[in-house]
Design a protein around this ligand. Structure first.
Ligand SMILES: *[C@@H]1O[C@H](CO)[C@@H](O)[C@H](O)[C@H]1NC(C)=O
Ligand SMILES: *[C@@H]1O[C@H](CO)[C@@H](O)[C@H](O)[C@H]1NC(C)=O
Ligand SMILES: *[C@@H]1O[C@H](CO)[C@@H](O)[C@H](O)[C@H]1NC(C)=O
Length: 388
């Protein structure tokens, strides 16, 4: 009997408070933000559990990007078994408790299309309905990367690199931290918004590709509501250039090394201009050329080419073993194995041919002129070379 008297009062109360969130005050809900692919809990609970009214049904409605009309999609009765109204979607699971007037729903593997508003409705007898609306926001973290534009040495401003935060929701903020370089570089930022609500933001870093700027470290910082903390991507500005000077230097008594500044590092190739390198007489190991035996067969022009993806340059070395010394060579075999060049020089001086002198001639390979310069050395300690 009491119910019938109470009912008009409740209806009146509901009408009076309508528009001031009366339902929301009676139903515990909330707003939910979830990362795409994660699981969302849509909370819903009738606050007045001590009500004498009977709960007859819990209904869920949704209005999403995919389907903008507010439609019922799940109903739950006293049996606690949820019923899908328009097509099953097993990602939704009723995890509440009907007797407890808890309508909580779980949605797993959330997609962008699920974003929208979810309404949880309690149908009470005889009081009517109580509901709350739960906005569901879906965030998408971006794919991030820094792409080197491979600038080569120059005097005009060029693009150094681009930093991209692709497909995020909400849009990402992308910026460069350039420290000391602040006055020497410039940045621009652009973004594109896609139909599905994601945005790709690209920030570009420009500057003059000088050798001073080469090797400086900067950072691209990406931030947004989809992240609990910023993403920081370090980037080293690299200015690429082909081998500049190629120098051939003597690094031990019988070994020469070819050295060239280049970015990326140069690869070296030793060759002889008139004939192939004799495997038995010389040993090549990367930038190094080792003379294994000092015979006149080694005499000639050697060429070291330094190259990388941006170009190549070479330098030449003229090796001249004065006279033949085969008799003495055999004689001083033991010494030779210890100190080949020193022994050879000594051998020459003993036989009176050469007065402790050894010829090393470097040749300018740039313009092909044979401007040979002779360098006479007491002992073989250094070799000069010219750029090619
Ligand atoms: C409703 O049910 C959910 C899922 O079982 C639970 O996490 C939540 O605490 C319940 N709400 C209340 C207010 O009891
Ligand atoms: C959104 O659309 C863009 C462009 O069509 C696509 O590359 C991206 O993968 C989409 N993102 C999602 C989460 O569907
Ligand atoms: C090294 O240089 C020689 C002569 O220029 C050339 O024939 C050879 O192919 C080069 N080798 C490599 C590995 O580049």
């Amino acid at each position: 009997m009491g119910r019938f008297f109470l009912a008009p009062c409740l209806v009146l109360l509901a009408v009076l408070l309508l528009g001031s969130g009366a339902d929301a005050q009676q139903v515990i809900g909330g707003s939910v933000t979830v990362v795409q692919g994660d699981t969302a809990i849509l909370p819903c609970k009738l606050r007045l559990t001590d009500t004498t009214e009977d709960l007859t049904q819990i209904t869920w409605q949704k209005r999403t990007r995919e389907k903008p009309s507010n439609d019922n999609f799940i109903t739950v009765g006293p049996s606690q078994e949820p019923r899908f109204v328009r097509g099953r979607d097993d990602r939704f699971k009723y995890i509440g408790n009907f007797n407890d007037k808890n309508g909580t729903l779980q949605l797993s593997n959330v997609a962008l299309k699920d974003e929208g508003s979810y309404t949880c409705i309690f149908t009470l007898f005889p009081g009517g309905t109580k509901k709350t609306e739960i906005p569901l926001k879906v965030t998408v973290p971006p794919f991030t990367n820094v792409k080197d534009n491979l600038p080569t040495l120059g005097t005009e401003e060029v693009l150094f690199a681009t930093c991209t935060a692709a497909g995020s929701r909400p849009p990402a903020e992308v910026r460069w931290l350039t420290g000391d370089l602040e006055k020497k570089v410039r940045t621009t930022t652009n973004s594109i918004q896609y139909d599905n609500g994601t945005t790709t933001t690209v920030s570009s870093l420009f500057g003059v590709p000088t050798s001073e700027i080469n090797g400086h470290q900067v950072q691209c910082v990406i931030s947004g509501d989809f992240l609990t903390k910023e993403i920081s991507l370090p980037f080293t500005i690299q200015v690429y250039f082909s081998p500049t000077e190629v120098n051939i230097r003597l690094i031990s008594e019988d070994t020469f090394e070819c050295v060239a500044a280049a970015n990326p590092r140069a690869k070296y190739n030793w060759s002889r201009s008139d004939q192939p390198l004799l495997e038995s007489a010389v040993k090549v190991d990367g930038a190094k050329l080792q003379l294994l035996s000092l015979t006149s067969g080694l005499n000639g022009l050697y060429r070291c080419e330094a190259s990388n993806a941006h170009g190549s340059k070479h330098s030449q070395l003229y090796v001249h073993v004065a006279g033949t010394c085969s008799a003495a060579w055999t004689f001083f075999g033991l010494l030779v194995s210890v100190n080949a060049i020193g022994a050879a020089v000594w051998c020459f001086s003993k036989s009176g041919y050469f007065k402790k002198r050894h010829h090393l001639v470097s040749k300018d390979s740039k313009n092909g002129t044979n401007s040979q310069r002779e360098i006479l050395r007491e002992k073989l300690t250094a070799v000069e070379s010219r750029n090619g």
